[in-house]
Design a binder for this molecule. Structure first.
Ligand SMILES: O=C(O)C(=O)C[C@]1(C(=O)O)C=C[C@@H](O)C=C1
Length: 328
Protein backbone atom coordinates (compact mmCIF):
# COMPACT_ATOMS: atom_id res chain seq x y z
CA UNK A 1 0.00 0.00 0.00
CA UNK A 2 1.31 3.44 -0.93
CA UNK A 3 2.41 5.68 1.92
CA UNK A 4 0.00 8.50 0.95
CA UNK A 5 -2.89 6.00 0.87
CA UNK A 6 -2.08 4.83 4.40
CA UNK A 7 -2.19 8.27 5.91
CA UNK A 8 -5.72 9.42 5.00
CA UNK A 9 -8.10 9.71 7.96
CA UNK A 10 -11.78 10.06 6.95
CA UNK A 11 -14.20 11.86 9.29
CA UNK A 12 -17.74 13.26 9.35
CA UNK A 13 -17.34 16.79 7.98
CA UNK A 14 -17.33 19.49 6.92
CA UNK A 15 -14.50 20.92 9.00
CA UNK A 16 -15.78 22.41 12.24
CA UNK A 17 -17.85 19.35 13.22
CA UNK A 18 -17.28 17.74 16.60
CA UNK A 19 -16.00 14.69 14.71
CA UNK A 20 -13.38 16.99 13.18
CA UNK A 21 -12.28 17.98 16.72
CA UNK A 22 -12.13 14.28 17.72
CA UNK A 23 -10.04 13.54 14.62
CA UNK A 24 -7.56 16.35 15.31
CA UNK A 25 -7.27 15.08 18.88
CA UNK A 26 -6.67 11.46 17.88
CA UNK A 27 -4.40 12.11 14.86
CA UNK A 28 -2.05 14.94 15.74
CA UNK A 29 0.88 13.88 13.61
CA UNK A 30 1.49 15.75 10.34
CA UNK A 31 1.83 12.43 8.51
CA UNK A 32 -1.98 12.14 8.42
CA UNK A 33 -4.16 13.83 5.81
CA UNK A 34 -7.62 14.29 7.20
CA UNK A 35 -10.46 13.98 4.71
CA UNK A 36 -14.00 15.28 5.46
CA UNK A 37 -16.90 13.04 4.36
CA UNK A 38 -20.57 14.00 3.95
CA UNK A 39 -22.10 11.21 6.04
CA UNK A 40 -21.11 8.65 8.67
CA UNK A 41 -21.77 5.98 6.05
CA UNK A 42 -19.23 7.66 3.74
CA UNK A 43 -16.62 7.28 6.50
CA UNK A 44 -17.36 3.54 6.75
CA UNK A 45 -17.20 3.31 2.94
CA UNK A 46 -13.85 5.09 2.72
CA UNK A 47 -12.29 2.75 5.30
CA UNK A 48 -13.88 -0.38 3.83
CA UNK A 49 -12.62 0.45 0.31
CA UNK A 50 -9.11 1.25 1.51
CA UNK A 51 -9.42 4.84 0.33
CA UNK A 52 -8.84 5.84 3.97
CA UNK A 53 -6.37 4.30 6.41
CA UNK A 54 -8.56 5.17 9.39
CA UNK A 55 -12.02 6.69 9.96
CA UNK A 56 -13.54 8.62 12.87
CA UNK A 57 -17.28 8.42 13.68
CA UNK A 58 -19.50 9.59 16.58
CA UNK A 59 -20.74 6.68 18.70
CA UNK A 60 -22.40 7.85 21.90
CA UNK A 61 -23.34 11.04 23.73
CA UNK A 62 -23.34 11.24 27.51
CA UNK A 63 -26.78 12.85 27.72
CA UNK A 64 -28.58 11.78 24.52
CA UNK A 65 -27.32 8.21 24.14
CA UNK A 66 -26.22 6.16 21.16
CA UNK A 67 -25.71 7.46 17.65
CA UNK A 68 -28.05 5.01 15.95
CA UNK A 69 -26.69 5.71 12.44
CA UNK A 70 -23.32 4.38 13.58
CA UNK A 71 -24.82 1.35 15.36
CA UNK A 72 -26.73 0.42 12.20
CA UNK A 73 -23.56 0.62 10.12
CA UNK A 74 -21.81 -1.73 12.57
CA UNK A 75 -24.88 -4.01 12.51
CA UNK A 76 -24.31 -4.08 8.72
CA UNK A 77 -27.45 -6.02 7.83
CA UNK A 78 -26.63 -5.77 4.09
CA UNK A 79 -23.05 -7.00 4.51
CA UNK A 80 -21.52 -3.81 3.05
CA UNK A 81 -18.86 -3.30 5.73
CA UNK A 82 -17.60 -6.77 6.69
CA UNK A 83 -14.02 -5.63 7.18
CA UNK A 84 -14.53 -2.73 9.60
CA UNK A 85 -13.36 -2.93 13.19
CA UNK A 86 -12.70 -0.40 15.97
CA UNK A 87 -9.12 0.40 16.99
CA UNK A 88 -9.46 3.51 19.16
CA UNK A 89 -11.70 6.05 20.85
CA UNK A 90 -11.72 9.74 21.67
CA UNK A 91 -13.91 11.86 23.98
CA UNK A 92 -14.84 15.46 23.10
CA UNK A 93 -16.59 17.96 25.40
CA UNK A 94 -19.57 19.15 23.34
CA UNK A 95 -20.64 22.74 23.99
CA UNK A 96 -23.38 23.61 21.53
CA UNK A 97 -24.03 27.24 20.60
CA UNK A 98 -26.87 28.86 18.71
CA UNK A 99 -25.29 30.38 15.59
CA UNK A 100 -26.85 32.85 13.19
CA UNK A 101 -26.74 36.52 12.21
CA UNK A 102 -27.39 38.90 15.11
CA UNK A 103 -30.00 41.60 14.35
CA UNK A 104 -28.03 44.67 13.21
CA UNK A 105 -29.82 46.98 15.68
CA UNK A 106 -29.11 44.87 18.77
CA UNK A 107 -25.99 44.61 20.89
CA UNK A 108 -24.74 41.57 22.73
CA UNK A 109 -26.13 41.15 26.23
CA UNK A 110 -24.15 39.44 28.92
CA UNK A 111 -25.74 36.13 29.82
CA UNK A 112 -27.97 36.68 32.82
CA UNK A 113 -27.10 35.25 36.20
CA UNK A 114 -28.39 31.71 36.47
CA UNK A 115 -31.66 31.03 38.18
CA UNK A 116 -32.31 27.35 39.04
CA UNK A 117 -35.75 27.67 37.38
CA UNK A 118 -34.36 28.88 34.01
CA UNK A 119 -32.35 26.90 31.47
CA UNK A 120 -28.57 26.90 31.62
CA UNK A 121 -28.14 29.50 28.88
CA UNK A 122 -29.95 32.71 27.96
CA UNK A 123 -29.79 34.27 24.47
CA UNK A 124 -27.18 36.99 23.97
CA UNK A 125 -29.32 38.73 21.30
CA UNK A 126 -32.97 39.00 20.31
CA UNK A 127 -33.65 35.64 18.63
CA UNK A 128 -37.40 36.08 18.07
CA UNK A 129 -36.95 36.33 14.26
CA UNK A 130 -35.54 32.80 13.94
CA UNK A 131 -37.92 30.52 12.02
CA UNK A 132 -35.71 27.61 10.96
CA UNK A 133 -33.10 25.67 12.92
CA UNK A 134 -30.53 23.33 11.40
CA UNK A 135 -28.52 20.66 13.17
CA UNK A 136 -27.45 17.06 13.36
CA UNK A 137 -30.37 15.04 14.85
CA UNK A 138 -28.21 14.07 17.87
CA UNK A 139 -27.97 17.72 18.94
CA UNK A 140 -31.71 18.41 19.46
CA UNK A 141 -31.92 15.98 22.36
CA UNK A 142 -28.87 17.57 24.02
CA UNK A 143 -30.43 21.07 24.07
CA UNK A 144 -34.04 20.33 25.03
CA UNK A 145 -34.37 22.98 27.76
CA UNK A 146 -33.03 25.89 25.72
CA UNK A 147 -35.01 24.94 22.60
CA UNK A 148 -38.21 24.34 24.60
CA UNK A 149 -37.90 27.71 26.30
CA UNK A 150 -36.70 30.04 23.54
CA UNK A 151 -37.30 28.36 20.18
CA UNK A 152 -40.39 26.21 20.58
CA UNK A 153 -41.97 27.42 17.35
CA UNK A 154 -38.91 27.24 15.12
CA UNK A 155 -38.95 24.45 12.54
CA UNK A 156 -36.13 21.90 13.02
CA UNK A 157 -34.30 20.54 10.00
CA UNK A 158 -31.96 17.55 10.31
CA UNK A 159 -28.70 17.79 8.41
CA UNK A 160 -25.64 15.55 8.23
CA UNK A 161 -23.53 17.36 10.87
CA UNK A 162 -23.51 20.43 13.08
CA UNK A 163 -20.89 22.12 10.88
CA UNK A 164 -23.05 21.45 7.79
CA UNK A 165 -25.84 23.17 9.75
CA UNK A 166 -23.63 26.24 10.27
CA UNK A 167 -22.68 26.26 6.58
CA UNK A 168 -26.38 26.23 5.58
CA UNK A 169 -27.45 28.88 8.15
CA UNK A 170 -24.65 31.16 6.91
CA UNK A 171 -26.30 31.28 3.47
CA UNK A 172 -29.46 32.93 4.87
CA UNK A 173 -28.65 36.57 5.62
CA UNK A 174 -32.23 37.41 6.71
CA UNK A 175 -31.60 36.30 10.30
CA UNK A 176 -34.43 33.75 10.07
CA UNK A 177 -32.12 30.70 10.07
CA UNK A 178 -29.85 29.45 12.84
CA UNK A 179 -27.73 26.40 13.58
CA UNK A 180 -26.91 24.38 16.68
CA UNK A 181 -23.19 24.03 16.25
CA UNK A 182 -19.80 24.81 17.79
CA UNK A 183 -18.01 28.08 18.43
CA UNK A 184 -15.33 26.83 16.00
CA UNK A 185 -17.97 26.57 13.26
CA UNK A 186 -19.11 30.16 14.04
CA UNK A 187 -15.61 31.43 13.20
CA UNK A 188 -15.32 29.19 10.19
CA UNK A 189 -18.61 30.26 8.57
CA UNK A 190 -18.68 33.89 9.76
CA UNK A 191 -21.71 33.54 12.06
CA UNK A 192 -22.50 35.26 15.35
CA UNK A 193 -22.83 33.27 18.57
CA UNK A 194 -26.44 34.08 19.57
CA UNK A 195 -26.32 31.89 22.71
CA UNK A 196 -23.47 29.97 24.32
CA UNK A 197 -23.40 26.47 25.85
CA UNK A 198 -27.06 25.73 25.26
CA UNK A 199 -26.73 22.02 26.08
CA UNK A 200 -28.80 20.87 29.08
CA UNK A 201 -25.88 19.17 30.83
CA UNK A 202 -22.70 21.17 31.34
CA UNK A 203 -20.57 18.02 31.15
CA UNK A 204 -22.10 17.02 27.77
CA UNK A 205 -19.54 14.73 26.08
CA UNK A 206 -19.51 12.64 22.90
CA UNK A 207 -17.45 9.52 22.41
CA UNK A 208 -15.99 8.88 18.95
CA UNK A 209 -14.59 5.61 17.61
CA UNK A 210 -11.62 5.16 15.30
CA UNK A 211 -12.20 2.57 12.54
CA UNK A 212 -9.79 0.46 10.56
CA UNK A 213 -10.00 -2.47 8.17
CA UNK A 214 -9.52 -5.81 9.94
CA UNK A 215 -7.05 -6.80 7.21
CA UNK A 216 -4.91 -3.67 7.65
CA UNK A 217 -1.91 -3.65 9.91
CA UNK A 218 -3.02 -3.62 13.56
CA UNK A 219 -1.47 -1.05 15.86
CA UNK A 220 -0.40 -2.48 19.22
CA UNK A 221 -2.14 0.56 20.71
CA UNK A 222 -3.56 3.81 19.35
CA UNK A 223 -0.47 5.45 20.72
CA UNK A 224 2.00 8.17 19.80
CA UNK A 225 3.36 6.38 16.72
CA UNK A 226 -0.15 5.71 15.49
CA UNK A 227 -1.90 8.93 16.28
CA UNK A 228 0.16 11.47 18.10
CA UNK A 229 -2.11 11.03 21.15
CA UNK A 230 -0.29 10.95 24.41
CA UNK A 231 0.28 7.39 25.53
CA UNK A 232 -0.92 7.22 29.10
CA UNK A 233 0.61 4.34 31.01
CA UNK A 234 -1.64 1.66 32.41
CA UNK A 235 -4.62 2.02 30.06
CA UNK A 236 -7.04 -0.86 30.18
CA UNK A 237 -8.80 -2.17 27.06
CA UNK A 238 -12.33 -2.34 25.78
CA UNK A 239 -13.88 -4.61 23.17
CA UNK A 240 -17.12 -4.61 21.19
CA UNK A 241 -19.10 -7.60 19.92
CA UNK A 242 -22.47 -7.93 18.22
CA UNK A 243 -24.54 -11.11 18.33
CA UNK A 244 -28.00 -12.46 17.59
CA UNK A 245 -29.89 -15.11 19.55
CA UNK A 246 -32.77 -17.50 18.97
CA UNK A 247 -35.64 -15.35 20.23
CA UNK A 248 -37.88 -18.40 20.74
CA UNK A 249 -35.47 -19.85 23.27
CA UNK A 250 -36.15 -18.54 26.83
CA UNK A 251 -32.91 -17.51 28.50
CA UNK A 252 -30.89 -17.35 25.24
CA UNK A 253 -29.75 -13.77 25.90
CA UNK A 254 -29.06 -14.45 29.59
CA UNK A 255 -26.87 -17.44 28.69
CA UNK A 256 -24.84 -15.32 26.25
CA UNK A 257 -24.30 -12.57 28.82
CA UNK A 258 -23.28 -15.07 31.51
CA UNK A 259 -20.29 -16.03 29.37
CA UNK A 260 -18.76 -12.60 30.07
CA UNK A 261 -19.25 -12.74 33.85
CA UNK A 262 -17.94 -16.33 33.92
CA UNK A 263 -14.66 -15.01 32.54
CA UNK A 264 -14.55 -11.93 34.79
CA UNK A 265 -15.23 -9.53 31.88
CA UNK A 266 -17.04 -6.41 33.06
CA UNK A 267 -19.76 -5.18 30.66
CA UNK A 268 -19.62 -1.40 30.09
CA UNK A 269 -22.54 -0.96 27.64
CA UNK A 270 -25.38 -2.91 26.02
CA UNK A 271 -27.36 -1.71 23.01
CA UNK A 272 -29.87 -3.21 20.62
CA UNK A 273 -30.95 -2.42 17.09
CA UNK A 274 -33.57 -4.13 14.92
CA UNK A 275 -32.05 -7.25 13.31
CA UNK A 276 -33.28 -6.18 9.86
CA UNK A 277 -34.17 -9.83 9.21
CA UNK A 278 -37.40 -10.31 11.18
CA UNK A 279 -39.66 -7.84 12.99
CA UNK A 280 -39.05 -7.63 16.76
CA UNK A 281 -35.80 -9.55 16.56
CA UNK A 282 -32.67 -7.70 17.59
CA UNK A 283 -28.97 -7.49 17.17
CA UNK A 284 -27.25 -7.05 20.54
CA UNK A 285 -24.18 -4.85 20.99
CA UNK A 286 -22.07 -5.66 24.04
CA UNK A 287 -19.04 -3.62 25.07
CA UNK A 288 -16.81 -4.93 27.82
CA UNK A 289 -13.44 -4.40 29.50
CA UNK A 290 -10.81 -6.68 28.01
CA UNK A 291 -8.77 -7.35 24.89
CA UNK A 292 -8.85 -10.09 22.28
CA UNK A 293 -5.30 -11.31 21.82
CA UNK A 294 -4.40 -13.15 18.63
CA UNK A 295 -1.35 -14.72 20.27
CA UNK A 296 -3.00 -16.04 23.43
CA UNK A 297 -5.72 -18.65 22.95
CA UNK A 298 -6.20 -18.90 26.70
CA UNK A 299 -6.90 -15.20 27.37
CA UNK A 300 -10.29 -14.49 28.97
CA UNK A 301 -11.72 -12.65 25.94
CA UNK A 302 -10.73 -15.38 23.47
CA UNK A 303 -12.26 -18.04 25.73
CA UNK A 304 -15.46 -16.05 26.24
CA UNK A 305 -15.85 -15.48 22.48
CA UNK A 306 -15.34 -19.21 21.85
CA UNK A 307 -18.19 -19.99 24.26
CA UNK A 308 -20.40 -17.20 22.93
CA UNK A 309 -20.08 -18.66 19.44
CA UNK A 310 -21.63 -21.92 20.64
CA UNK A 311 -24.55 -20.23 22.43
CA UNK A 312 -25.63 -17.49 19.99
CA UNK A 313 -26.94 -17.63 16.44
CA UNK A 314 -24.11 -15.56 15.06
CA UNK A 315 -21.57 -13.11 16.45
CA UNK A 316 -19.02 -10.60 15.21
CA UNK A 317 -16.01 -9.26 17.09
CA UNK A 318 -15.78 -5.55 16.27
CA UNK A 319 -12.40 -4.76 17.77
CA UNK A 320 -10.42 -4.09 20.94
CA UNK A 321 -8.88 -0.71 21.78
CA UNK A 322 -7.37 1.26 24.63
CA UNK A 323 -9.88 2.78 27.02
CA UNK A 324 -9.51 6.60 26.86
CA UNK A 325 -12.17 7.45 29.44
CA UNK A 326 -10.74 9.41 32.33
CA UNK A 327 -12.92 8.42 35.26
CA UNK A 328 -13.17 11.14 37.86
O1 LIG B 1 -22.48 16.96 13.81
C1 LIG B 1 -21.36 16.91 14.34
O2 LIG B 1 -20.67 17.89 14.56
C2 LIG B 1 -20.85 15.59 14.69
O3 LIG B 1 -19.68 15.42 14.78
C3 LIG B 1 -21.88 14.52 14.97
C4 LIG B 1 -22.40 14.53 16.39
C5 LIG B 1 -23.09 13.16 16.71
O4 LIG B 1 -23.52 12.46 15.82
O5 LIG B 1 -23.20 12.83 17.90
C6 LIG B 1 -21.26 14.68 17.31
C7 LIG B 1 -21.34 15.33 18.48
C8 LIG B 1 -22.61 15.91 18.95
O6 LIG B 1 -23.11 14.98 19.89
C9 LIG B 1 -23.58 16.10 17.85
C10 LIG B 1 -23.40 15.54 16.64
Amino acid sequence: MAENERSVVAFLGPEGSYTHQATLDAFKSSRFTIAPQTTIEDVFGAVQSGEAYRGVVPFENSSNGSVVFTLDLFADVQGKYPGIIVCGESYVAVKHCLLGYAPSSSTSQEAQAQDPETPVATPLYDISKIKTLYSHPQAWGQCKEFLGTYLKHAERRDVSSTSKAAEIAAQDKTGESAALSSVIAADMFGLDVLAKTINDKVENTTRFLVLRRASSEAPSTLNQQESGQEDVQGHDWKSLVTFTVDHANPGALAQCLTVFSNHGLNLTAINTRPSGVQNWNYIFFVEFKGRKDADKDDCAVNKALGELEKLCRGYRWLGSWENRLIEG
